[in-house]
Design a protein around this ligand. Sequence first.
Ligand SMILES: [Zn+2]
Length: 176
Amino acid sequence: MSILKVARMGHPVLRAKARALDKRDIREVTIQKLIDDMIETMTEYHGVGLAAPQVHERLRLFVAALDGRGDDEEEPKPIAIINPEITVVGSEIVEDWEGCLSIPDVRGRVPRAREIKVRAYDRKGERIELRAHDFPARVIQHETDHLDGVLFFDRMKSFETLTFLEEYSRYWAKEN
Ligand SMILES: [Zn+2]
């Protein structure tokens, strides 16, 4: 496995729309290796999600560790989600902090649907349907946005909460 180079804000690949994967291609060695490398890259940089465009691949695929916040809780096993289709459940919107490996050292508060359903393929090419709320739902929405060239800044209502990581840890992390 290898650690991949992560595209940073400003790289055009982050603004491009990614293409769907053919179900038959999912089991190909190149895609399986990409998934393994993305998981390793996400883990190396302490991310909770990483989308293919962030590693310069215009494919509708992301990996995510969905069960916790990745701090000192038990490490969730990362999964791959391919060609995700999100349906919002209910109308509740919640605002919470987000960061992005493509926008290093910055946090901001982003409104997201509290609960969603997502239909997708897993890494074996099997159909899956997940229901998620709160933090995992936020991660799925953030990563799916990457597949459409959308960054979390685009979803913020105002930039008042934009915060460098150091100041976030100092002033805001405990409030959360
Ligand atoms: Zn991101």
